[in-house]
Structure formats: C-alpha cells, structure tokens
Ligand binder design. Structure first.
Ligand code: COA
Length: 411
C-alpha cells in the first residue's frame, strides 16, 4: 500500500507518543509523564505524519524558535521527533518527511532549520551542517581543586524555589542567549514544563532538580540546575552529581557556580553533559587532564534562505566575498551570493554572474560556518569548501566569533 502523508492533529497524540517511544527505544511507562507535560507544547500544525493505511509509521514535528546568531537572532524551525517505524525503514519515508517539512518551513518564511541528530550520519544528505559541538564532562571530585588564581567570588550561591526560578531565570537566560550563538528562545511553557519540571524520570535514581542561583552586587548573575544520586559502596560515600544546566552572565558567576558544584559533599563523580566547547572549567581546575571530556556534535543547521541567514548575524571583520552555494536536496536554496561585511553587519545579494566565485561550498558547509563553530579553511582541508587561501582566510576572519556556538536545549 502507498504511504500517505498528512498534518497530524490532537487525535494522533497517543500514536505520536507511542511511535516516539518505539523509535527512540524508550520504555513508554517512563516517558508517560514527559509526554503529558509536553502535550500543550506540541505544534500540531507543524507535525507531519506518514501513514500506511491507518497506521502512523513515520513522523516529524517542528518547534517555532528564535535561534541566537553571532550578534543577532533569527526565526528557526526546531526539528524534532523524527522517527520511522522499524517495520518501514529505508523506503524513503524520512526523505519525503524532510522534503515536506522544509517546504513548510520555507512557506513560513523561516530562514533556518535546526536539530539534534540521534546519529550524525543522517542529516547531511538533507543539507544540514554541523554548526555546534558540545562536550560531556566527567570529573572525579578528588581532583576538583581549582587553580590558585581562579576567581573566588565572595558573594554567594543559594538554593531558590521553583517559583523564584521561574520568575527570575528566563530573563537571565535571555541575556546570556543574546551573547552566545546557537541558543534557542524559551517561552514560559517551555520553562515550566520542561526546564523546571519537578522530577527526573522516576526510575533512574536521581533526585528532583536542585536549583541554585548566584547573585552578585547587581542581582542574579547565574544559575545551575542539577540532580544527585547517592551511593554507599562499602559504606564509602560515592554519589553522583549531574549538572542539567549551568548558565551564567560572566566569569565570576561561572566560577562561583562550578566551585559550588565541585564542592558538594558525599559526591564522588560530577557529570555535566553538553557543555560549550569554550567552557572555562578546564581552565579553572588545577589538574585539567582529570576532567574527562567527550566532544560530540550537537546542533545541525540547515539554510532555507542564505542571504537572510547571512544578513542575520554580525561580523567581527570587514570584507567582500562571492559564494557559490550548492544544495542538491534544496535547489531553491542554491545560488551565487555576494556577502559584504562592514560596520559590524553585512548585506548579501544574489548575483546573476557566472564569473568564478571566491568560494564554492555546499549549503551544509555554509550552515556549519554560519555560527562560527568551525572555520572555512578547516572545511576546505576536508574538501568541503573550495577557494584560494586568501579567500579562505577572509572567510575565517569574517565568520569567526568570540563565543563558541552552544545549544543548551536538546530538543
Ligand atoms: C533515522 C530514520 C528516521 C530514517 O528513516 P528512513 O525512512 O529509514 O530513511 P530513508 O529511507 O528516507 O533514508 C534516506 C537515506 O538515508 C540513509 N539513512 C537513513 N537513516 C540512516 C541511519 N540511521 N544510518 C545510516 N543511513 C541512514 C538511508 O540508507 C538512505 O540512503 P540512500 O538515499 O543512500 O538510500 C529511522 O531509521 C529511525 O526512525 N531511526 C530511529 C529514530 C531516530 O534515530 N530518529 C532520528 C532522530 S534525530
């Protein structure tokens, strides 16, 4: 039977939840609480299903976000819940879902789509480029001493209630988001239902979220959300502290929060998944090799409208580049563009000329350099961009940014 595609509705919710659990190898009993909380956040008009008869066999949904850019902010479709039933794999269902979803994103006028991939082999073929990486940290607390010169702010870290966090942290997060590319906007529902939900999945042994805030003379300057799990092998304390989020306005706030998290008694291991590649923790520690770091891809970005995306960020250098952008999956996004960066911003116009461009690269490669997470010359060394050494160096200077891209929300 042919596969039919249509927009999902509220009536499809239970099937959508079951398909997510099956696709991501989750126990539905464990995800029931999350699903109930997430329900009001699902934008059903952005959910596409693939049906074999009445059976939902493939799906994806998009979230309406704004993603921070270097010195800017752009509407972005946050692609999530992508799954195809194990009974219907490798028949092109994902490919058709991607095609339809990108058509919808274009129609909505969003210049970018972004996602976290379960496997890094999947999305390059659909024009997504690896735009941000993250590091999973793991530290044995016995080796968590700080360097003698590390900031040791006098002001304090205190526990706060969920209500106080809901009142103060969204504005703090938004201030940090404006300084760091790759971060997604959060609405109040996302804060209360996802970020500050009251309990972790019930059976993994971790406590409810602990909420701490760092305050300096000007008020709240950072916060951390973490959970703990006790362990007493042979009567020795060997607990684990897992940092769910640490967000801070400046160095003293980051140092104060890391000092606090590294100082909780009865903890043996500190885990902090998905930290930004430029997190200061390795530089705060006296014995940084003891901080085990596992780097991995986090945010994949796809261009829908290259000129708008390029004009939507700031540039730390000035110069002009012509770009030839190829896009096999989305020919509507291809073209020859002239980027002129000056005065901190840029204009980008489509060119009709067939004259040789300064740089030729795929839309996925352009998406990868857009947030400043990788340089053009690195991609050229991997055969993913072509241009003279001068053009590569100019692109490196234009696209570089002082803060590494980071996406704290795994959506
Ligand atoms: C990933 C997934 C959605 C792919 O769906 P699908 O309908 O089988 O994908 P398609 O048939 O459209 O595949 C398109 C191409 O991608 C390749 N591909 C798809 N998934 C792949 C994977 N996991 N590993 C390697 N190649 C993959 C296919 O081989 C095919 O290649 P081809 O064009 O050269 O023939 C599906 O396997 C799945 O649900 N996985 C579990 C949940 C998951 O990981 N979802 C992604 C969340 S980000």
């Amino acid at each position: 039977m042919a596969i039919a595609f249509r927009t999902l509705t509220e009536a499809d919710f239970d099937d959508w939840v079951a398909a997510n659990a099956r696709g991501f190898l989750e126990n539905p009993a464990r995800t029931a609480d999350w699903s109930a909380r997430a329900r009001p956040l699902v934008e059903f008009d952005r959910a596409i299903g693939a049906f074999d008869g009445d059976e939902l066999v493939g799906q994806t949904v998009a979230i309406t976000f704004r993603m921070s850019m270097p010195g800017g902010d752009l509407p972005t479709a946050g692609v999530t819940s992508v799954t195809v039933s194990p009974t219907h794999r490798r028949r092109g269902i994902l490919t058709e879902l991607m095609r339809r979803q990108l058509a919808d994103v274009r129609e909505r006028g969003e210049p970018l789509a972004a996602l976290w991939a379960s496997e890094s082999v999947i999305y390059g073929r659909f024009g997504y480029g690896l735009a941000a990486q993250a590091h999973d940290f793991r530290l044995d607390r016995r080796y968590a001493a700080f360097t003698p010169g590390a900031p040791d702010p006098a002001a304090g870290v205190r526990f706060v209630t969920r209500e106080a966090a809901l009142e103060r942290w969204p504005a703090l997060h938004e201030r940090v988001r404006r300084t760091r590319p790759g971060m997604m906007s959060r609405d109040s529902g996302y804060w209360s239902r996802i970020v500050l939900h009251e309990k972790e999945k019930p059976d993994d042994g971790f406590s409810a979220s602990q909420l701490v805030e760092y305050t300096d003379a000007d008020g709240p300057a950072g916060y951390a959300i973490y959970a703990v799990k006790a362990a007493w092998p042979g009567a020795l304390p060997a607990g684990t502290l897992r940092v769910r989020e640490l967000t801070a306005l400046d160095g003293p706030a980051e140092a104060a929060l890391w000092r606090y998290l590294c100082g909780v008694d009865l903890i043996e291991t500190i885990e902090a998944p998905d930290r930004p590649p430029d997190d200061p923790l390795p530089w705060l520690l006296a014995d940084p090799r003891r901080l085990r770091r596992n780097p991995h891809d986090s945010l994949w970005v796809r261009l829908l409208d290259a000129p708008r995306a390029l004009e939507g960020r700031a540039y730390a250098a000035e110069g002009r580049l012509t770009l030839d952008v190829r896009d096999p999956f989305g020919p509507w996004a291809e073209g020859r563009f002239e980027l002129t960066a000056e005065g901190g911003g840029a204009t980008c116009r489509t060119l009709a000329t067939s004259a040789a461009p300064d740089l030729a690269l795929g839309a996925d490669a352009l998406a990868a350099i857009l947030l400043g997470g990788v340089s053009c010359s690195t991609l050229a060394r991997a055969g993913r961009a072509e241009g003279s050494p001068e053009a590569q160096r100019l692109a490196d200077a234009l696209f570089a940014w002082h803060a590494a891209p980071w996406c704290v929300d795994e959506f």
